[in-house]
Design a protein. Structure first.
Length: 200
């Protein structure tokens, strides 16, 4: 009985806040939390793009037709390295994957962002600490090869994972200019090069 009274009290208090007031206060709190941070990130917090709105409005489960149209638009916006090469140097890719820096309070603006890939993925067999939000990428290239089609698909997925899964939890590294096309090409090499530690 006490539990039911507690639930009713919480519901009554929440209802008394009123939806518009509650939303405005929440938005103001989020905005305040980003003040003084990376200007590009602040802009994205203040103004959601079409894809972010779609995922927010539908709690990451948008209608199939809307998701497909948005994913097609995201994929059409992928930009590639000026060199045309989608595979760089896997050793550089390893440095980027291991680097958690960038877009944090206090990070130097001139320093390139890192990918912080281990926060979500397993990449190398020797690593014992890694995130599990994303799939394991262990022996990624060994299982898929390193042909042109695989290079392109891997590049595009890193550039903008939401071009393939509308509300993916993976950041849009290229789309949001977190990483440059050249950095992404180095990550492609990390995943696909047969000499990379990922594929040993």
């Amino acid at each position: 009985m006490r539990a039911l009274l507690g639930v009713a009290l919480v519901a009554a208090c929440a209802g008394s806040l009123g939806e518009p007031d509650y939303r405005q206060r929440a938005e103001a709190a989020v905005k305040a939390a980003f003040e003084g941070g990376d200007a590009q990130l602040v802009a994205r917090v203040e103004r959601q793009d079409e894809l972010q709105r779609l995922c927010s409005e539908h709690r990451d489960q948008p209608p199939a037709a809307a998701a497909r149209a948005t994913m097609d638009a995201q994929r059409a916006a992928v930009r590639y390295p000026a060199s045309g090469r989608l595979m760089g140097d896997w050793r550089e890719g390893k440095k980027i994957a291991e680097d958690p820096g960038g877009m944090r309070f206090g990070d130097p603006a001139a320093k390139p962002n890192g990918g912080n890939c281990y926060a979500c993925h397993q990449l190398e067999p020797k690593e014992i600490v890694y995130g599990t939000i994303g799939p394991s990428l262990l022996r990624y290239g060994a299982a898929r090869g390193a042909g042109d089609a695989v290079q392109r698909l891997t590049y595009e997925r890193i550039y903008n994972a939401k071009a393939f899964v509308a509300c993916s939890a993976m950041p849009r590294f290229g789309h949001n200019a977190i990483l440059t096309p050249e950095q992404i090409a180095h990550l492609v090499a990390l995943l696909l090069d047969p000499t990379s530690e990922v594929n040993r």
